[in-house]
Design a protein around this ligand. Structure first.
Ligand SMILES: Cc1cc2nc3c(=O)[nH]c(=O)nc-3n(C[C@H](O)[C@H](O)[C@H](O)COP(=O)(O)OP(=O)(O)OC[C@H]3O[C@@H](n4cnc5c(N)ncnc54)[C@H](O)[C@@H]3O)c2cc1C
Length: 473
């Protein structure tokens, strides 16, 4: 991995000539701000940061970087949790926050064309005027480019799917500056290799997304939210599996453990019983449909010992609960000032979810780490947010050990090391275990598309020996 720590005067002039002086910076604070995402992973300060506005500018920059041998790391909002946008080899960071226009909303087709720096909440405010929305909802207000590159998902994925299910057509600039278009605007297509899906989840390692056409969906007419308390973690997670196979189609199904609820109560005065709890939401075309769903859900959960069932709360309470859930990671951080977090993001087939949850909690207890088990239960996605100090190797090693044990078990039962956060730096070490020989095909694809290895180097693929003291994984 070639490291570029500083640009020469000629290189700075060349970049400023492409985008203008005000959209290129080699200033220390700008470089430092683009050195880390929200995780403990630290990259190298880039040699400079550029804010492109158009596909043509991105193409000119990638032509230049290819000729100069300069690594390029795309940057959305920097809310990744695995070091995904962290420049591992310095070089140039391409920040998309100013390339942020919604180019079109086509209500009749339920589609939108956007530049990559559009924030999902901005898109949803605009789409909402047409009775539409873009459902993938990571807790953070991420950019569409970052969500595509990480294949982000969120609380409503159980009903509506992940980002990959909403990307129809992409404009991508390849290393070297070639511009391609993938996919089409038709609802279906069997035409050749699905290159759109190759770029979704590629974490900026194959090229740069400069435009996306997205599928939107209709805003739900009616909501029913519920919190349901259970006597044990096992019973709560068994109810998750039962709810999914019941066909009741929850729009959100989140599992929270008592120690996390305790923190949320303390910070946000939620007044929830401190017991294993499901946060659920259902969407329906009428109140009558939701009434039936409510009754069936209650009966089903009572079969698993549910005692505290609260359905149909008013809008303000519903918004408070979901805000609290979205901000769980921040709440944990605030409760442990000065500490970093390591986040488990394993996902398993839904039938294996109950045993995984119990297994995860057992590892946290056995290794005595401070850890909060929760997750997008309806997707079989399990998070454990563990708290520690990376500068205390003994302490941090225990967190890593819990992570390794959970991922090993998840992969063993047919799951994955990352349900939604992507590989970045943090999950590289699991790639061989999870993908075996197909990791080599991924490597060959990377070499074919990016023969000089300049696009977001040091991500996704395990490094045998870290070079130059760079980020390890
Ligand atoms: C509190 C909190 C909760 C979260 N909850 C969730 C959750 O529930 N589900 C979930 O999926 N994630 C979650 N995340 C993680 C994060 O928000 C998502 O992964 C999000 O998609 C990152 O988007 P971003 O705009 O911040 O991108 P960045 O972090 O800036 O970048 C992400 C990746 O995209 C690449 N990239 C950015 N723009 C482009 C482009 N134009 N072309 C090519 N590559 C590009 C970057 O190089 C990087 O590899 C959470 C984060 C936080 C802080």
């Amino acid at each position: 991995m070639k490291v570029v720590s500083e640009f020469s005067a000629a290189q700075k002039s060349a970049l400023a000539a492409i985008v203008g002086r005000e959209r290129f910076s080699a200033g220390v604070s700008v470089r430092e701000n683009h050195r880390h995402d929200i995780s403990y992973h630290r990259g190298r300060p880039p040699a400079g940061v550029v804010w492109p506005l158009s596909t043509a500018e991105v193409a000119a920059i990638l032509r230049w970087s290819y000729e100069e041998g300069v690594p390029v790391t795309p940057w959305g909002a920097g809310t990744s949790t695995e070091g995904n946008p962290v420049p591992a080899a310095g070089g140039l960071v391409m920040d998309f926050t100013r390339m942020n226009r919604i180019l079109a909303i086509r209500p009749q087709d339920m589609q939108a064309d956007v530049q990559p720096g559009v924030f999902r909440k901005t898109l949803n405010r605009r789409a909402g005027k047409h009775g539409l929305f873009f459902p993938p909802d990571p807790g953070a207000d991420a950019t569409i480019g970052g969500m595509i590159a990480n294949n982000a998902s969120g609380i409503q994925t159980v009903r509506y799917g992940a980002t990959k299910d909403y990307v129809m057509r992409l404009t991508v600039v390849l290393p070297g500056g070639e511009i391609i278009h993938t996919g089409c605007l038709a609802p279906k297509s069997s035409s050749g290799y699905d290159l759109t899906r190759l770029f979704v989840g590629s974490e900026g390692t194959l090229g740069v997304v400069t435009e996306a056409s997205l599928r939107l969906t209709g805003l739900p007419a009616h909501h029913l939210a519920a919190t349901i308390g259970f006597p044990s973690l096992e019973k709560a997670s068994q109810a998750v599996t039962a709810l999914i196979v019941s066909g009741l189609e929850p729009a959100a199904l989140e599992l929270l453990t008592p120690n996390l609820i305790r923190l949320m109560n303390r910070e946000k005065s939620l007044g929830l019983p401190e017991q294993p709890t499901l946060f659920c939401e259902f969407h329906g075309v009428s109140q009558a449909t939701l009434g039936e769903i409510r009754q069936l859900t209650a009966e089903l959960c009572q079969g698993y010992g549910a005692g505290e069932l609260h359905f149909g709360m008013e809008e303000e309470r519903r918004a408070d609960l979901w805000r609290a859930r979205h901000e769980a990671w921040e709440t944990i951080h605030r409760a442990h000032p000065g500490r970093e977090t390591l986040i488990v993001d394993a996902a398993v087939p839904i039938s294996r979810y109950p045993e995984m949850v119990v297994f995860a909690q057992a590892q946290v207890d056995e290794l005595r780490v401070v850890g909060y088990v929760f997750g997008h239960a309806g997707d079989g996605n399990l998070h454990v947010v563990m708290v520690g100090d990376p500068d205390r190797p003994g302490e941090w090693q225990a967190l890593e050990e819990v992570n390794h044990r959970i991922v090993a078990r998840a992969v063993e039962v047919g799951g994955t090391c990352t349900g939604e956060h992507g590989v970045g730096i943090g999950k590289r070490c699991f790639m061989r275990r999870e993908h075996g020989a197909s990791l080599e095909l991924m490597r060959r694809i990377k070499e074919l598309v990016d023969p000089r290895g300049l696009m977001n180097p040091g991500k996704i693929f395990p490094v045998e020996a870290p070079e130059d003291g760079g980020p390890q994984g």
